[in-house]
Design a protein around this ligand. Structure first.
Ligand SMILES: [Zn+2]
Length: 150
């Protein structure tokens, strides 16, 4: 569906937000334990540095504290919804009773870090990574800088 004559373009056609495979492969290569399962990454490349920082932080914290029962985070899906980042993950529950409390701290930590990254995405252009803001294009919500406004 395309109505270019009156200046309106179906946002699903105009938004060329999807990252190319090379960039998502970089993430998978850099964080093999986090991306050990098939996982869809469908976001613009402007958010890749944000995801990269998030993964780096989570993996590093896990690696340092593994002996305390911090379980490996696995990424399930990374996408955009209502203009913001959605980062779906799993933190397998700790089975050892003695490490349950620390695992619970870890799960809260991961939740907080992901929440913050998702919140940050609302001020970062999904296409280029410059400062952006939330926009509404005929009911299609996205985050962009002025240059990448639809
Ligand atoms: Zn931009």
């Amino acid at each position: 569906m395309k109505f270019e004559m009156d200046g309106w373009v179906d946002p699903s056609e105009k938004t060329i937000l999807k990252v190319d495979l090379v960039e998502t492969e970089d993430l998978r290569t850099k964080y093999p334990a986090m991306f050990s399962q098939p996982c869809e990454i469908s976001i613009g490349k402007g958010w890749i540095p944000l995801i990269d920082r998030l993964c780096s932080m989570l993996q590093r914290t896990h690696d340092y504290n593994q002996h305390m029962g911090y379980t490996q985070v696995t990424v399930l899906q990374v996408k955009q919804k209502f203009g913001g980042l959605r980062f779906y993950y799993s933190v397998p529950e700790q089975v050892h009773l003695s490490e349950k409390t620390k695992w619970s701290d870890w799960a809260s930590y991961v939740h907080g870090a992901v929440d913050f990254a998702e919140s940050m995405s609302h001020s970062i252009c999904e296409q280029c990574g410059e400062r952006g803001k939330g926009r509404d294009h005929h009911g299609y919500y996205y985050t962009s800088c002025d240059a990448h406004k639809l």
